[in-house]
Design a protein around this ligand. Structure first.
Ligand SMILES: Nc1ncnc2c1ncn2[C@@H]1O[C@H](COP(=O)(O)OP(=O)(O)OP(=O)(O)O)[C@@H](O)[C@H]1O
Ligand SMILES: [Mg+2]
Length: 295
C-alpha cells in the first residue's frame, strides 16, 4: 500500500493582502425590485477575524454578501471598504481589496483549474502591469493550499462538486484581498475537506490578518470556527457575538424555529446543537397520506 502526502505551503508569504481588511455596512437596505430583503442593517465584521453568518434559508445571507461586494446596488445606506465608500469606485480597485465567492458561481466553459485560479489575479493586471512572478506565486500557493496540484490541468466541468468548490476557493485566495466573503464554501465538501477549508480560513486570519465573513449552515462547525457569530433572520441581524453567547437554546429556537438542546462540544468546548424537533408548521398531509377520516 502506498500513501500520498501533499506538501502544503504555509499561507504566510511575501505577498501581502491588499487593503486593511475593514468593511462596514451602515443602515443598508437591499431589494430585488420592490421586494426589500435586507432592511436598514448595520454590520461591522471584526477586522482580522473570522465571522460566520448563519440563518434559515431565504433570510438574506447571500443578499447581504452581494450588497457588501456591490454585486447588487443598495437602496439606501452605505458600505465603506477600507475607509472609502464602495459606491463609485471601479470594480478592479474593489476586487483588489475584497474577494467574494458566491453561493452558486457559474463555471466558465472549457476553463482548467489553473486558468480559473489565474482569474483571481485579474484585478492586478493592466496594460502597464503584465503577468508577473508575484501572480505566479499567488496562483501556485492557492492551488497547493486547496490541494489541487494534481488537478491543475483538468477542466472545471470535468470535476466533482467538491473538487470544483475547492477550485473556486483557490481563485478567491489567489486574489489576495484583505476582505474575503464566502457564501457556503463547504457545501459539497466531504467532512474532511470541510474541516480543511475551515482550518485554511483560520490560518488566513491568524497569519495574514484577513477579515473573513463566511456563510455556513452547519451550526456546530460555525460555533467551532467563528470568532464572531452572526445569526440572521428575515433580513435582520438577530444576535451576534462569540459563539457561546450567540448560540443558545432561545436563539436557535427563535432564528431557526427549532427546538434544540445546546451542549458543550467535548473537543472544542464551543456550543454543540443537538436538534430535537422543528417548530415550523408545514402542511404535511401529502406525506402522511392525507388526513381523511371518512368524515
Ligand atoms: N435574484 C433575485 N431576485 C428576486 N428575489 C431574490 C433573488 N435572489 C434572492 N431572492 C429572494 O431574496 C430572499 C433572500 O434570499 P437569499 O439568497 O439572500 O437567502 P439566503 O439567506 O442566502 O438563503 P439560503 O440559505 O437558501 O442560501 C429570498 O426570499 C429569495 O427568494
Ligand atoms: Mg444563500
Amino acid at each position: 500500500m502506498t500513501t500520498n502526502t501533499h506538501a502544503r505551503t504555509d499561507v504566510v508569504s511575501v505577498l501581502q493582502p491588499s487593503g486593511t481588511g475593514r468593511i462596514e455596512a451602515t443602515d443598508l437596505t437591499l431589494a430585488y425590485g420592490k421586494k426589500t430583503i435586507v432592511d436598514d442593517l448595520s454590520f461591522l465584521p471584526p477586522q482580522g477575524q473570522l465571522t460566520v453568518l448563519a440563518g434559515p434559508n431565504g433570510c438574506g445571507k447571500s443578499t447581504l454578501l452581494r450588497g457588501l461586494a456591490r454585486l447588487i446596488p443598495h437602496q439606501s445606506g452605505q458600505v465603506i471598504l477600507n475607509d472609502t465608500p464602495i459606491d463609485g469606485r471601479n470594480s478592479k480597485s474593489i476586487a483588489r481589496e475584497l474577494a467574494v465567492l458566491p453561493q452558486s458561481p457559474i463555471v466558465p466553459a472549457g476553463l482548467t483549474v489553473g486558468e480559473l485560479v489565474s482569474r483571481g489575479r485579474y484585478p492586478y493586471r493592466g496594460v502597464l502591469r503584465p503577468w508577473s512572478s508575484e501572480d505566479d506565486a499567488a496562483v501556485t500557493e492557492a492551488i497547493v493550499d486547496t490541494d489541487l496540484t494534481d488537478l491543475a490541468d483538468r477542466r472545471i466541468d470535468s470535476l466533482s462538486g467538491g473538487q470544483r468548490q475547492r477550485a473556486w476557493i483557490a481563485m478567491v485566495l489567489a486574489q489576495r484581498t484583505g476582505v474575503l466573503l464566502l457564501d457556503e464554501p463547504t457545501t459539497y465538501l466531504d467532512i474532511t475537506y470541510q474541516i480543511e477549508v475551515l482550518d485554511l480560513l483560520k490560518r488566513l486570519v491568524e497569519r495574514r490578518g484577513t477579515t473573513i465573513v463566511v456563510v455556513l449552515h452547519e451550526l456546530s462547525l460555525a460555533a467551532r470556527y467563528a470568532q464572531h457569530l452572526v445569526l440572521m433572520r428575515d433580513g435582520h441581524i438577530y444576535c451576534q457575538g462569540p459563539a457561546h453567547e450567540a448560540l443558545t437554546h432561545d436563539s436557535v429556537r427563535n432564528v431557526f424555529d427549532l427546538e434544540a438542546q445546546i451542549i458543550t462540544d467535548p473537543v472544542s468546548t464551543t456550543p454543540l446543537v443537538i436538534p430535537i424537533r422543528p417548530l415550523r408548521h408545514h402542511n404535511t398531509s401529502s406525506v402522511e397520506g392525507g388526513n381523511h377520516h371518512g368524515a
